[in-house]
Design a protein around this ligand. Structure first.
Ligand SMILES: Cc1cc2nc3c(=O)[nH]c(=O)nc-3n(C[C@H](O)[C@H](O)[C@H](O)COP(=O)(O)OP(=O)(O)OC[C@H]3O[C@@H](n4cnc5c(N)ncnc54)[C@H](O)[C@@H]3O)c2cc1C
Length: 597
């Protein structure tokens, strides 16, 4: 039996009843992607990722990708064959635009495929994820010639892409990068410098790799304003567009990590032999702006990692809990499977409810990205864009933190068998730990939420969302048995409103330390509350289906999960309020010497 079964029923439920796939598929360009076709594609994809990709996960962890003496990198057994099948089946481009050689499905559908690949093998899924970043950049900002040379090869998976941002002294603060780019007479540039931690920076899956590199030109403005973006192919395409001369970019080393071992995380040297050939994307000194245009899908892609690992952890834990016999339940007379013990049920329900909440929030945001990019109504596009902007730091932080916590709960359900490596539960925890770190650490995301997103349209974007959530709580009260859930949702919204207006006021009055001191609990509060609102919407949609004559037995679990979330998880939001409202001074009361003594 495969380690992974795609949660198709919940995916379909969310796409149809939360993300509004019916509406999205009518948007310009998506007409051929009607919901029934999309659901059929997902069923086929579920089989593929379960049967072809999931079996590579354990060997990928155990063996990892290996750097050879000649500077090449060998991926674990089975990866090359599985990748080729992925390409041959056309999976890389399903949701990419047709102009790039993709299938033209909405991102709302693409995100479900991304979840499947990531659940099946997180380390492996990073190769197409990073490639997607390069594709987005070229679609938005590449020249016609660059698009003709690179887009189709990337969209079909024939080549992969990387994002080369980080340097040893420049992580969260990319303004300090020192990689240089000097223009040549032929209009190309010579790139010199070192990048670290480059995901899938070298490998044996494809004939070429397209690096997108951030660098500074001579005399560029200081800080992030002076950054430019360059295409640096491993093999420079010849006049036919095929891989030609080897470029001056080499792997110095690959990192030994606590997880995602199959993903080669490379130190790359550009220009050891005089300068790597690079091609400017767009205009000089606009690289950071270009980065921002592709950050939405990149950050959602990393947020999906939290959900994908949470789903795997849950599936494994649920199987184990049904089989492991241990202890008599209180009042029982014989040892039972541990799934019968209240604390184990609490762990399993926490995992399942958080996963369903994350899936709803992520897919809904993906659908709003579709509306932002393809909607015909200007106002609807603008509103969708604002909501997406607000949600990005919340999703990146909440989902990736939950991924770690759900993986940890998965270990706990297994007892000692979770801590030893043979069950695989420990791998999920090790793999999940990177997601709160890369693609902007969660601390940086929390800063983004407080300093840039809460103030959007003078705080109106937040106010409108809070009002929408209150409407959902009022509707929820109308379902029998949901009064307590509705109370909890109302209380969570009140806490969120108080916290948001506090943070907004501190920002407006320039008391920045007080505004950001509680940024991390503030972001968690948002995530947890938003999760409650989404599961309340799921309960309402389920109720409407039941009242319309749909099979109650199939739908009832969705309502139970929503109730569990509202009654057991939502109340944690209120406990965060104190630490958000507290002033910053205790953080600075100790001197650095005292703090490190
Ligand atoms: C496995 C792996 C894969 C990666 N893949 C890529 C890749 O493909 N391409 C790429 O370019 N990079 C990649 N990275 C790099 C990754 O994006 C960085 O590690 C990340 O941005 C953090 O930078 P840093 O490690 O220098 O940490 P630092 O920036 O030094 O941060 C350390 C800590 O300080 C906090 N901090 C820093 N500044 C602030 C602030 N202003 N306010 C509050 N807190 C702050 C951070 O939140 C963090 O907790 C990868 C890293 C790893 C480990």
């Amino acid at each position: 039996m495969s380690e992974y079964t795609a949660p198709l029923a919940d995916m379909e439920f969310v796409l149809r009843h939360i993300s509004g796939l019916d509406h999205v598929s009518k948007l310009n360009g998506f007409q051929h992607a009607d919901p029934d076709t999309a659901v059929g594609v997902l069923a086929e994809a579920g089989r593929f990722f379960s049967e072809v990709i999931a079996p590579t996960n354990r060997v990928g962890d155990r063996v990892g990708s290996i750097l050879n003496e000649d500077g090449s990198v060998t991926t674990p057994d089975g990866f090359r064959e599985a990748y080729q099948k992925f390409v041959d089946a056309g999976w890389p481009g399903v949701h990419l635009p047709e102009m790039a050689g993709g299938g033209g499905f909405p991102y709302a559908v693409g995100i479900a495929l991304q979840e499947m690949f990531t659940s099946a093998n997180l380390a492996f899924s990073l190769a197409p994820l990073l490639t997607q970043g390069a594709i987005d950049a070229l679609i938005e900002h590449g020249s016609t010639e660059q698009q003709a040379t690179y887009l189709e090869k990337l969209a079909t998976g024939q080549w992969t892409g990387t994002m080369c941002l980080t340097e040893p002294h420049a992580g969260s603060d990319l303004g300090t990068i020192s990689t240089k780019a000097v223009e040549q007479e032929d209009g190309s540039y010579r790139i010199t410098g070192q990048k670290i931690y480059i995901t899938w920076g070298e490998h044996d899956l494809t004939e070429n790799i397209v690096h997108l590199v951030l660098a500074k030109t001579p005399g560029a403005a200081p800080g992030t304003r002076g950054i430019s973006m360059f295409i640096v192919p491993k093999f420079i395409p010849d006049t036919e567009g095929n891989p030609g001369e080897r470029n001056d970019v080499r792997v110095v080393s690959i990192e030994h990590k606590m997880g995602i071992n199959a993903s080669p995380t490379c130190v790359l040297a550009f220009g050891d032999e005089g300068g790597a050939v690079g091609y400017l994307v767009g205009e000089e000194q606009r690289g950071m702006k270009y980065m921002f245009t592709m950050m939405n899908s990149a950050r959602i892609g990393v947020a999906v990692e939290g959900l994908a690992i949470g789903e795997m952890a849950y599936q494994k834990a649920a199987r184990y809990a049904s089989e492991r016999i241990q202890s008599k339940p209180l009042g029982g007379d014989a040892p039972a499977a541990i799934i019968n013990h209240p604390d184990v049920r609490r762990m399993l329900l926490t995992m399942r409810a958080n996963n369903e909440a994350m899936r709803a929030a992520l897919y809904d945001t993906a659908a709003r990205i579709d509306i932002e990019n393809h909607g015909e109504d200007e106002d609807a596009r603008a509103r969708a864009g604002e909501r997406v902007a607000l949600m990005i730091p919340i999703l990146k932080t909440w989902c990736t933190d939950l991924g770690v916590e759900m993986a940890s709960l998965g270990v706990q359900v297994h007892g000692g068998m979770g801590y030893v490596e043979e069950t695989g539960a420990a791998q999920f925890l090790r793999d999940a730990r990177i997601a709160p770190i890369y693609e902007g650490t969660n601390g940086i995301q929390a800063l983004d939420l407080v300093t840039r997103k809460v103030p959007l349209r003078d705080g109106q974007v937040v106010k409108e969302y809070l009002a929408e959530m209150s409407g959902i709580a009022a509707d929820l009260r109308g379902i029998d048995g949901f009064a307590r859930s509705a109370d909890e949702l109302d209380r969570a919204i009140e806490s969120l409103a108080e916290a948001s207006s506090h943070v907004g006021a501190k920002m407006a009055s320039g008391e920045y330390a007080d505004a950001v001191a509680g940024a991390t609990p503030f972001t968690r509060m948002w995530g947890t509350a938003v999760g409650g609102a989404f599961l309340a919407r799921a309960a309402l949609a389920t109720q409407a289906l039941i009242e319309g004559g749909a099979d109650e037995d199939t739908l009832r679990p969705k309502q139970s999960i929503a109730r569990f979330y509202c009654e057991q998880i939502l109340p944690t939001t209120n406990g965060l309020l104190g630490s958000i409202l507290a002033p910053a001074d205790p953080l600075f009361e100790l001197s650095n010497e005292e703090l490190t003594a």
